[in-house]
Design a protein around this ligand. Structure first.
Ligand code: HEC
Ligand code: HEC
Length: 362
């Protein structure tokens, strides 16, 4: 799979989204005062510098944000009726205080059976072009279809979820308010959840105040040294690229062969995709451990030691961007490693982690 090719197609779509935003669609919000009491359009707010040339917000044409849609999505994100035994909601494995990830190494299904991957943080997903560690879902809507029927997650079926919600005292009217007509179905469930997730916007860390807000006192001397390493000698920004701290790629960084998880190869069937995983954001990374697709590293210190010491040229498919890291060539000493970790911790956005708009509404 040529990720770069896919990126440009997706960018094109993002442009078309803006162009055709007024197209008619049955699930489309009707602006108030233009023929009905449809749902109320909602405008995301984020700083100007958060959208750069190649990294723009993506809102699907058939799922515009509305106040009522976001409110429904929030309720559904915390809804345990989505799981077979009413024990688990999306938030069980995506907890706000951890930037919407799960502190366990791998997630467990409702029957206690372990999955093989670490849960993923959900931070600024409106800018992202694919989801899951292997990038197999092309939108938040398609992503949200997965967990309900996954046997190491919610272990339910969509017809069962639909009938539970349709029989619920509140949901039918909430769906009608959110989509402008009656009806509870799986596509509406995932659309509402995706709308809620697109409001997860995090650009208010100390780094942001320093870098974009002109507050030169927001970082300590050690953190500034770490910042210079991150963007310079340690080359982290090549992939975890500011301001989103991701460049939307799926690459092999040399974690070694994992017999249980082929990464992107499982999606494409292409052996050249073996061991490729999603480059995720560094925003709020302080609270999203353990780290990597299998949760193998407990701390950021271990992650930095891995990049500094353990990238080996024997890894098949190693990404070209990793060549400067080979066999300890970075030469980071203990002070530099500590500075890099200190810098990563300046990306924590406490306002985001505590924003009451993202909490359980029930
Ligand atoms: C049992 C724990 C569990 C539950 C329940 C769960 N997830 Fe996840 N979530 C995970 C894991 C593990 C991954 C990574 C899986 C993979 O890559 O195959 C993930 C990945 C994601 C991602 C991708 C993030 C990214 O950056 O690519 C999103 C978004 C997400 N989940 C949203 C949801 C939503 C919405 C629900 C409820 C409908 C949900 N999850 C339910 C564990 C869970
Ligand atoms: C070639 C691109 C690339 C470069 C360069 C790179 N990373 Fe990564 N990083 C990735 C990918 C891909 C992953 C996910 C790998 C996996 O789980 O299999 C990752 C994962 C991480 C994680 C764990 C994320 C999580 O949510 O679990 C941290 C922390 C991290 N990188 C920090 C750094 C630092 C610090 C540097 C610079 C020393 C760096 N990275 C350089 C691509 C890169």
């Amino acid at each position: 799979m040529k990720i770069h090719g896919r990126n440009s197609v997706l960018l094109l779509c993002a442009g078309l989204v803006a162009l055709f935003a007024c197209q008619r669609d049955p699930d489309m919000a009707q602006p108030p005062g233009q023929g009905g009491n449809g749902p109320t359009p909602y405008q995301l707010s984020y700083p100007d510098w958060a959208s750069t040339g190649s990294q723009q917000i993506i809102i699907p044409v058939d799922n515009p944000l509305t106040v009522e849609g976001i409110a429904l999505g929030r309720k559904l994100f915390y809804e345990k009726a989505l799981s077979d035994d009413y024990s688990m909601s999306c938030a069980t494995c995506h907890q706000q205080e951890f930037a919407f990830t799960d502190p366990r190494v791998v997630s467990l299904g409702t029957d206690g059976s372990p999955g093989r991957r670490n849960s993923m943080a959900i931070t600024n997903p409106a800018w992202e072009q694919f989801f899951f560690w292997d990038g197999r879902a092309p939108s938040l809507e398609m992503q949200a279809l997965g967990p309900v029927a996954n046997m190491v997650e919610m272990r339910n079926t969509w017809p069962e979820v639909e009938s539970r919600l349709a029989a619920h005292p509140e949901y039918p009217s909430l769906f009608e308010q959110a989509f402008g007509s009656p009806g509870v179905d799986s596509m509406r469930v995932v659309k509402a959840i995706a709308q809620f997730e697109r409001t997860f916007i995090s650009f208010n860390s100390r780094f942001d105040r320093y870098e974009y807000g002109g507050d030169s006192t927001a970082l300590t001397a050690q953190e500034k040294a770490g910042r210079d390493l991150y963007f310079g000698e340690a080359q982290c920004n090549l992939c975890h690229t500011a301001p989103l701290f991701s460049n939307n790629t799926i690459v092999n960084i040399g974690l070694g062969f994992d017999p249980d998880d082929a990464g992107l190869e499982e999606v494409t069937g292409d052996h050249f995709d073996l061991g490729k995983f999603k480059t995720n954001t560094m925003r709020n990374i302080e609270v999203t451990g353990p780290y990597m697709h299998d949760g193998r590293f407990a701390t950021l210190e271990e992650v930095v030691d891995f990049y500094a010491d353990s990238i080996s040229s024997t890894t098949p498919n190693l990404d070209n961007h990793m060549l400067p890291f080979l066999d300890g060539q970075l030469g980071l000493d203990a002070d530099e490693r500590a500075a890099l970790v200190a810098f990563l911790k300046t990306l924590t956005d406490t306002e985001f982690l505590n924003n009451p708009a993202f909490s359980d509404p029930n």
